[in-house]
Design a protein around this ligand. Sequence first.
Ligand code: G3P
Ligand code: MG
Length: 230
Amino acid sequence: MLQLPKVIGHRGAAAYAPENTLESFREAKRRGATWVETDVKLTADGVPILMHDESLKRTTGLDRLVAQTPRAELPAIVPTFEEAIACWAGLGLGCNVEIKPCPGREEETAVAAVETIRRCWPASLPIPLLSSFKDPSLAAAHRAAPELPRALLIDAHGDTWEARARAVAAVGINTNGKRLTAPWAVDIKQAGFLLSVYTIDDPAVARTLVAMGADCVITDAPDVVLAALS
Ligand code: G3P
Ligand code: MG
C-alpha cells in the first residue's frame, strides 16, 4: 500500500545541488526530505540512468544525446538507476520514479526501470511510485509489474485525464501545481486518486495547494516546503 509523504524532493534537492545526482539526494536528506523524485531514461546500450533532458548538455556540458551515448561514455556525475537505488537505500529515502523516455523508447524504458526495481529495490524502503507523462510507459509498467503503484503525470486539466489514469490503473495524479484549479482538485480527490503537485518552491503556494486537496508537494527546496507545511 502506497504511503506518500507530504513533501518530495524534486530531482533530489535541485535548488541546492546538481539535479538527479547522488549529491542531490544526500542534500535532500540533509534538508529533511523522506522521499525524492527522479527522472529515468535509457542510454544507447539500454542502461537506466538518471537524466531529465534528452541531451546531456545542460546538466553535464557534454553535447550528446542520452539515447546515443553508451553507459561507459557518460559523465561520472550521472548515476545509473541502480546506483541511485543503492544511495536511497543507504539514506532511507523513498522515491517517485518518473519514467522519462527518449522519443520512441516509451515501453522499453518502463520495462527496464521495472526490471531494475524488481532486482534491486530494498525491502527496507517504501514501495516506489512510478509516474510518467507517457501513457505507453505507464501501460508497459502496468503489464510488467502491476504491483508497483503508478501515477499519471499531466501538465494541465483536459477531458481525458480520468480515462487515461483508469486505463493504466493509476493510483495518483501528479500535476503542475501552478495550473491546478480548485474544481479539478476536488474532482481528482472525489475520484479517489492521490494528488501530487510539482514543482512548488513557494511556501504560500504550497500551503494553498494542500488546502485545495494536494496530498503531496514535489519541490526543489524540501526544507522550505516542509517548514511551510509543518
Ligand atoms: O515528476 C514531477 C516533475 O518532475 C515532472 O516534470 O519536467 O520536472 O520532470 P519534470
Ligand atoms: Mg521529473
